[in-house]
Design a protein around this ligand. Structure first.
Ligand code: HEM
Length: 368
């Protein structure tokens, strides 16, 4: 029996559905209030409002995505849905740079016509931006400048309560880490994948060393420098095979993901051509894209601020462009996934999986 569809009594009107009377009356120019309307303030408000609407949609997608992962087991088709949520966020992020292009049709002099009326309001106080950061998994200690003033101190009480509550609930990072830790295939029955992989790494490093030693174009000091770099990479690899060294990297803040989760992420990347690992691979790749796009937006926003205000302080009281540039460099969530390429070895060197493991990695039909 089909469900009866709820019927609307009155015909729906476009403007009411979209609440346009509220939306289009929400542009109150501060410059007009002080009696000197600045033409470009309308642009300034609308671009900010457009960003806030897109932030709202990003949070909507993140919430839906997190609900998929909160259940504990993530079925194959749900992971596909997860990728779709991330891909939508990526498309939204593509708009950000164009919106900044529109903002930059305003010149610094035009901005000065109304800038002083804005103090101390600033994007610093964008609660939705902080919610996105917290929902993704940015911890207070990951933020640039957190030691001086807490990032949430500029928010009003209601916003601060919401934003700080979001610090405490499981973030996308936490949920992805737990999902990676549950990934099968980290142990592959009797097959000792990690020692096979270790041998392949040694071989690759040996070849790299030979290339340095036999390169006639390098001076002695250049060779020494390259050998030192190779040693650093070796140290990083060693942490992959030894939990204690890995924990040291975590304590130093070099790595954040758990050892088990990192190994699972690496396996997914290395064997992504196996059907069962392809969607997990797309999922991890999308997370890196999103982190990178947010960094790109932060940089672009810092450049815009530099162009608009030079070395002046921001309306929110920060050092302005300088603060934004450093925050862009610093404020990242999924760096472990970005830096995973440190551990990649050429496809031709990868340990060959046994037929049994390949069979297990093939697509299986599920009952639901
Ligand atoms: C003329 C255009 C703009 C200028 C000059 C500007 C400048 C600044 C400055 C200097 C800061 C640092 C905090 C402060 O001291 O105020 C800041 C923070 C921020 N702005 Fe803008 N901004 C502009 C446009 C925008 C737009 C269109 C958005 C979109 C929502 C935005 C979002 C943010 C956010 C989210 C922060 C906090 C960044 C963080 O702390 O990591 N800004 N802005």
């Amino acid at each position: 029996m089909s469900k009866s569809r709820p019927e609307r009594k009155e015909p729906l009107y476009y403007g009411e559905y979209l609440q346009l009377s509220k939306l289009l009356e929400a542009q109150g120019l501060e410059s007009t209030k002080v009696g000197a309307t600045a033409h470009d303030e309308m642009l300034f408000i609308i671009v900010h409002q457009a960003f806030e609407l897109w932030f709202k949609l990003i949070l909507w997608e993140l919430d839906a995505l997190k609900r998929l992962f909160e259940k504990g087991v993530v079925a194959e088709k749900e992971l596909g849905r997860g990728v779709a949520h991330l891909e939508r966020i990526i498309e939204i992020q593509r708009l950000f740079s164009t919106q900044i292009d529109i903002m930059e049709t305003m010149t610094p002099l035009d901005f000065l016509d109304f800038r002083d009326t804005l103090f101390p309001a600033s994007g610093f106080q964008s609660a939705q931006w902080r919610l996105i950061e917290n929902s993704m998994g940015m911890r207070p200690k990951d933020r640039f400048g957190y030691e001086k003033t807490r990032y949430s101190s500029r928010l009003n009480d209601a916003d601060r309560t919401r934003v700080e509550a979001a610090e405490l609930s499981p973030s996308l990072f936490d949920l992805v880490e737990a999902w990676l830790e549950r990934t099968p295939f980290i142990r592959m029955g009797d097959y000792d994948f990690w020692s096979e992989y270790g041998l392949a790494v040694d071989e690759m490093m040996g070849r790299d060393r030979q290339v340095i030693d036999t390169n006639p174009l390098l001076t002695m000091s250049e060779k020494e420098e390259q050998v030192q770099n190779l040693q650093k990479t070796k140290k990083h690899f060693a942490a992959l095979f030894d939990e204690v060294s890995y924990q040291k990297l975590q304590t130093e803040g070099v790595s954040r993901l758990s050892h088990r989760a990192l190994k699972a992420a690496l396996l997914i990347h290395l064997y992504r051509d196996e059907p069962i690992l392809y969607t997990p691979f797309r999922f991890l790749k999308a997370l890196v894209d999103i982190d990178e796009n947010f960094s790109a937006w932060r940089y672009r926003h810092a450049l815009m601020a530099e162009r608009m205000i030079g070395t002046k302080i921001g309306t929110g009281g920060s050092s302005g462009h300088e603060y934004l540039r450093k925050a862009a460099e610093h404020n990242k969530v999924f760096s472990d996934l970005t830096n995973l390429s440190t551990f990649f070895i050429p496809r031709s060197d990868l340990p060959v999986l046994s037929e049994e493991i390949k069979r297990q990695m093939g697509f299986r039909f599920t009952s639901d």
